[in-house]
Design a protein. Structure first.
Lengths: 117, 239
């Protein structure tokens, strides 16, 4: 079993999800087994304006723990992350980053996930 | 009423839903429809060329989210989205079942694939199929520039009938000497782009804006970047 701890920069209470990665996808948006899939599939809202199609940055999350247990970011994700407000070296797009195996991940949902275009 | 202006996110937030009414539906090609939307006067909606909206569709007791590029320009009296009917797709099945007068709720605008100022360099737009929807307002914005640099639109479609907005684009090409329209109905897009912008010369100062559905978009991105174009000079959106 894998575990995801979700912290919210806006002060919402912390959530913890335990899940079986082999049961992915849990819902229809984003890559199967992605941070977005886990969150939305377990009833936690994460903005994803483009439907999880790697066409915006609204699902931007900061991965405090388990960053190296995620699939590698491809060029499309990296190009979009360049434009994410509040970008950090441990930022990922929730719709693209897939949790690999039974991992413990901690993510922070930033206060602003608006595409400030 | 759509109005032009800044949308830095500091004021109106794009996640607050807008409630629009469908005012017109135009069949642009077999299986391709434009929906024109109007907001009440009280609603303010500003966007930048290239952005998209997320339609909130009530389907099967749930709210399903479907993103569509804004094919209209900021300042147009109606908002336009243009989309293909997807075989077996519940989102487009719902939309294609709507009639004039029906409500449509959406959030936005979203997206960082934008063109705000006409580039101070040769500008190449590449559209594949309904990808032209996002390119259209970007093209009109680019044509507002002083005309000092060439502008090209390479537009690939499966048939002449599927070259959306062909008449107005051809008219723009006649009206603006710096603009060349290159429709592609048989020639593969990657071959054309490689011939003109990779093999033809060593000029790597051009700016590219690419939009389409599927792997053609990252293939074109990689072709151009690997040939020496600056990463940020190759902007794209893949659906």
């Amino acid at each position: 079993m894998a575990k995801m701890r979700v912290l919210f920069e806006n002060g919402d209470p912390e959530r913890i999800i335990e899940f079986d990665p082999s049961k992915a996808p849990f819902q229809h948006d984003g890559r199967a087994g992605s941070i977005l899939d886990i969150l939305v599939g377990h009833g936690i809202h994460l903005e994803h304006a483009c439907g999880g199609n790697c066409a915006c940055t609204t699902c931007h999350v900061i991965v405090k723990e388990g960053f190296n247990r995620l699939s590698e970011a491809e060029e499309s994700e990296l190009d979009l992350l360049d434009k994410a407000p509040g970008l950090t070296p441990i930022s990922r797009l929730g719709c693209q980053a897939v949790i690999e195996g039974d991992a413990d991940i901690t993510v922070v949902v930033p206060r602003f996930t608006i595409n400030a275009a | 009423m759509a109005t032009e202006g800044d949308n830095s996110g500091a004021g109106a937030t794009p996640r607050v839903p807008h409630d629009a009414i469908i005012t017109r539906i135009v069949e642009r090609a077999p299986g391709t429809r434009s929906f024109f939307l109007r907001l009440s006067a009280a609603q303010r909606f500003v966007f930048k060329p290239g952005q998209f909206i997320s339609c909130l569709l009530p389907i099967g007791g749930q709210t399903m989210l479907r993103p569509y590029s804004l094919a209209s320009s900021p300042g147009d009296p109606e908002i336009e989205i243009c989309l293909n009917r997807v075989p077996g797709g519940v989102g487009t099945a719902y939309l294609f079942g709507l009639e004039v007068g029906a409500p449509l709720r959406f959030t936005g605008p979203w997206g960082t694939f934008i063109l705000e100022e006409p580039p101070a360099a040769e500008c190449v737009f590449i559209a594949d199929g309904t990808g032209v929807a996002a390119i259209r307002p970007m093209l009109w914005r680019a044509l507002r520039g002083p005309g000092a640099h060439p502008i090209r639109l390479h537009y690939a479609a499966v048939s002449r009938a599927h070259l959306l907005y062909a008449d107005e684009i051809e008219a723009a090409a006649r009206a603006h000497a710096q603009f060349t329209f290159v429709p592609l109905l048989g020639t593969p897009l990657t071959e054309e782009i490689e011939r003109r912008y990779v093999n033809a010369d060593h000029d790597r100062g051009r700016h590219f804006f690419i939009c389409g559905v599927g792997d053609i978009v990252p293939r074109l991105r990689d072709l151009l970047r690997r040939s020496g174009y600056e990463r940020r000079a190759v902007q794209y959106e893949k659906w």
